[in-house]
Write a protein that binds this ligand. Structure first.
Ligand code: SIN
Length: 486
């Protein structure tokens, strides 16, 4: 890595405004494109994590006193610094996560947008006044920051998932302990360098690295931590919820998905293919809102498949740092094994492989690449239609009627994102109501933005991130009743 500012790459945890370097306790971070070492992160001891929580509590007493405008100024400077350092931040991200540099740069811009947005929202933690039911009373509701919050973030968006959680917390006046994914700590740590430069006081944001189980236990059992926000698998989300019950924490859980993408006979096929490429193949298929199941109506099925094949055949798979790469590696070998098993299972059960784009760009034997693949004749009962693929595989099922498509789409325990392509406005309205999902893209494949509420229903979790709903997740309402008013 040739960073313009080498200070951004920190092989250290960040606790109470101080860097805690690796001693004899490092865990190695590996570049998934070539198996090379990116760096080491420390494995903190339980007492160090507990100390980080104490310092977040001490910092909270001060930080909550700052006005929204003061907090906004720090978040704004931090956003600007992210954009000024976007090239370096993108290089760090590509090295540890694998996504192509252009996508990594796009994620930095997306991540900075949460700092900017929530900086603006910091000024709008409005309460209410309520007309009194009795003479002489005055009733008001004020909003107050929750306190110390914990954020546990995934490897697929190493910067954006950090800022999507941390920015609203800090804007609300909370302090945060961040546990980044072990595969991608350096993006989060680079953000702390910039937060410090932006003037974020010590202890408002700390990053703890190390044993996930131990850190999760300390977070869940701490009486000081008032909320945990987690993005990751449904299985881990359920276990966090069970473990946090003992201290009755507030939770936001952004968990797995099984997104349907429905293309009707009356769809604009150019738009549908463009949406399919964006929503299926972004980040090599490793997003929670990635399409998992394509349902294509009989009349356009063959044409849609032909057009999708032609587009996917142009992908270039390789090291995200190499010129022209459009699809990087999966996060590790285990991810490749999982996708391989799902595809093999589907083929055994009668699915048909339409296309598999070979890896180019000299990935070498140690890179964890999976070829973008299109499968047709996928049956809803196949594992590939029931489990989250998290890889660049488009699994396509043909359908006949609207009722059938809605029933197929809703036939899952998950409910994060769904996509619909049709030019019939009445059908759009029916499906907006009929689909059991937290987010719906209608003739749109890219639905993520800082201004709208991101979050699922059913076993995809609860709680919203982004938008004005996102700030409220970090605020308590306090009701105050004055008696004896003149
Ligand atoms: C995710 O995969 O959890 C986030 C995707 C996004 O923000 O678009």
């Amino acid at each position: 890595m040739k960073l313009k500012d080498p200070e951004l790459l920190r092989e250290a945890a960040f606790v109470a405004g101080a860097w805690r370097p690796v001693r004899n306790d490092g865990d190695t971070v590996i570049n998934p494109a070539n198996g090379e070492r990116v760096g080491e992160q420390p494995r903190l001891q339980r007492a160090e994590v507990e100390h980080a929580i104490q310092s977040a509590q001490a910092a909270f007493r001060e930080w909550r006193q700052h006005t929204g405008k003061e907090r906004a100024a720090v978040l704004r400077r931090w956003a600007d610094l992210m954009l000024e350092n976007a090239d370096d931040l993108a290089q760090i991200m590509t090295a540890e996560q694998g996504k192509p540099l252009a996508e990594a740069r796009g994620e930095i811009v997306y991540a900075a947008s949460f700092l900017e947005w929530f900086g603006e929202e910091a000024k709008r933690g409005y309460g209410h006044t309520i007309p009194e039911p009795k003479r002489g009373q005055r009733i008001k509701v004020i909003k107050e920051p929750l306190g110390v919050c914990a954020a546990i973030t995934p490897w697929n968006f190493p910067s954006a998932m950090v800022t999507r959680k941390v920015a609203p917390a800090i804007a609300a006046g909370c302090t945060v302990l961040l546990k980044p994914a072990p595969q991608t700590p350096f993006s989060a740590l680079a953000l702390c360098v910039l937060a410090q430069r932006a003037g974020l006081p010590a202890g408002v944001l700390s990053v703890v690295t190390g044993d996930a189980r131990m850190i999760g236990e300390v977070f869940c059992s701490s009486h000081l931590i008032r909320k945990i926000s987690f993005t990751g698998s449904t299985a881990v989300g359920k276990s966090l919820m069970a473990n946090a019950a003992g201290t009755l924490k507030k939770l936001s859980l952004e968990l797995g998905g099984n997104a349907p993408f429905i293309v009707f006979d009356d769809a604009d096929l150019d738009a549908a293919v463009a949406g399919a490429l964006a929503s299926k193949f972004r980040n090599a298929g490793q997003t929670c809102v990635c399409v998992n199941r394509f349902f294509v109506q009989r009349g356009v099925h063959d044409e849609f498949v032909a057009r999708l094949k032609a587009a996917v055949a142009t992908f270039r798979v390789g090291d995200g740092c190499a010129d022209g790469t459009t699809i990087g590696p999966l996060v590790n070998g285990a991810a490749v094994d999982k996708v391989t098993r799902l595809v093999a299972d589907a083929l055994d059960a009668g699915a048909r492989a339409e296309l598999a784009v070979a890896a180019t760009g000299a990935p070498g034997e140690s890179g964890s690449f999976y070829p973008p693949t299109i499968l047709t004749q996928v049956q809803p009962s196949m594992r590939i239609a029931q489990e989250e693929i998290f890889g660049p595989v488009a699994a396509i099922t043909r359908f006949e009627t609207e009722e059938e498509a809605v029933a197929l789409a809703n036939d899952t325990r998950y409910g994060l994102a769904a996509y619909v392509y049709t030019q019939n406005v009445h059908r759009c309205h029916r499906l907006e109501r009929g689909l059991e999902y937290g987010i719906i893209g209608v003739n749109e494949g890219l639905i993520s933005t800082e201004v709208a509420p991101f979050g699922g229903i059913k076993e995809s979790g609860f709680g919203k991130e982004g938008s004005f709903y996102g700030l409220d997740e970090y605020l308590d309402s306090k009701y105050i009743c004055h008696g004896g008013a003149a």
